[in-house]
Design a protein around this ligand. Structure first.
Ligand code: IPM
Ligand code: MG
Length: 373
């Protein structure tokens, strides 16, 4: 029997704990149905800060490094933003991404039939949309130095950020994108602004060279980031895999979220390079953030976190069949009319966070019942 996979749940801040609790119930359901894993929980964010003045304890950080999959809720909000810089630098989300070397961020964008009317885009525009962003997550302007705010001799203040990429950083994330495209429809669109940025020129050259050397079977196109923003709302069905740097990937993936009708639907996976045994650090999180305005009210949509757990099943827990079943259960719950406030029409009944978790578990029971086979 293979080793049990370790899954660590970190609720974090805002609505994080509520949505993670639902993903955890789903995980427990899979455990009862044969998934070979252990589940544990840790504190992260303000809940930890109130104990010892840090956002993450040494122990939880170590658990993160040993886990096969971290299911992360959210971080952020006014309290976090008011913390001293050194607390953020030694425990914030960017620290965690860097510390675990989670350089490849996968953000699938898939139109969901049942939510057609929740999208701001026309049904014929979002029809058949199914693509994945591969966003670089440990480099670029998020981490580049020099950075800071300084006062100039003339009394003006100057803010500086640095966009910087090495060929190695570009290549390791491009490899993930090429391999993903190879397993899908074999089309990769690489995004940058090589018309104005040196790092963009390098990005384009390196990606192009990799295609010629190793991925001739994948069709590669290049697109300027501004054009990509336009194409995402003009004809998003043209994309299969989009490769982007840290900042462009951040912006473009929020833009594309509207295809699915709600930010509350979008999962993500952040992965490090695999070790000799094929294990990587992996953090799975909804992309919606901490939504402090609705925190603690059981209003949040847990589906992005539940779908993030599905990604964990597929990419870290060796349970692709379970991942398919869970994604099917989410679609079924939606087809059966389950809606949280973020996606409900004016006359539709709105479920609580827990109510949506119940609806997914009911769908799992129905889909896995012997008569459904
Ligand atoms: C995201 C978020 C983060 C980012 C924030 C919370 C730092 O917007 O994961 O998309 O900018 O990377
Ligand atoms: Mg973002």
């Amino acid at each position: 029997m293979t080793d049990k996979k370790k899954v660590l749940f970190l609720g974090g801040d805002g609505i994080g704990p509520e949505v993670v609790a639902e993903a955890r119930r789903i995980a427990a359901w899979f455990l009862e149905h044969g998934l070979n894993a252990t589940l544990s929980d840790g504190l992260y964010g303000m809940s930890q800060y109130r104990i010892d003045g840090r956002l993450i304890s040494v122990d939880v950080l170590m658990q993160c490094k040993q886990a096969d999959a971290i299911i992360f809720g959210a971080t952020g909000g006014a309290e976090i933003e008011a913390l001293p810089a050194d607390v953020i630098e030694s425990g914030g989300l960017l620290f965690l991404r860097k510390e675990l070397d989670l350089f490849a961020n996968l953000r699938p964008i898939k139109a969901i039939d049942a939510l057609r009317d929740a999208s701001t885009l026309k049904p014929n525009v979002i029809k058949d949309v199914d693509f994945v962003f591969v966003r670089e997550l440990c480099g670029g302007i998020y981490f580049g130095t020099p950075r800071g705010i300084e006062t100039l001799p003339n009394g003006q203040r100057r803010g500086v950020d640095t966009q910087v990429y090495t060929s190695g950083e570009i290549r390791r994330v491009a490899r993930v994108a090429f391999e993903l495209a190879r397993s899908r429809n074999k089309h990769l669109c690489s995004v940058e602004k090589s018309n104005v940025m040196e790092s963009g020129k390098l990005w384009r050259e390196e990606v192009q060279r990799m295609q010629a050397e190793e991925f001739a079977d994948v069709e590669l196109t290049h697109m300027y980031a501004d054009n990509c923003a336009m194409q995402l709302v003009r004809r998003p069905s043209q994309f299969d895999v989009i490769l982007a740097d840290n900042l462009f990937g951040d912006i473009l993936s929020d833009c594309a979220a509207m295809i699915c009708g709600s930010l509350g639907m979008l999962p993500s996976a952040s992965l490090s390079a695999p070790d000799e045994r094929g294990r990587h650090n992996a953090l799975y999180e909804p992309i919606h953030g901490s939504a402090p305005d609705i925190a603690g009210k059981s209003l949040a949509n847990p589906l992005a976190t539940i779908l993030s757990f599905a990604m964990a099943l597929r990419h870290s827990l060796g349970a692709a069949g379970d991942a398919d079943l869970l994604e099917q259960a989410v679609r079924k719950a939606l087809d059966d009319g389950a809606r949280t406030a973020d996606m409900a029409g004016p006359d539709e009944r709105k479920l609580s966070t827990v109510g949506m978790g119940d609806a997914v578990i009911r769908a799992l029971e129905e889909l896995s019942a012997p008569s459904a086979q």
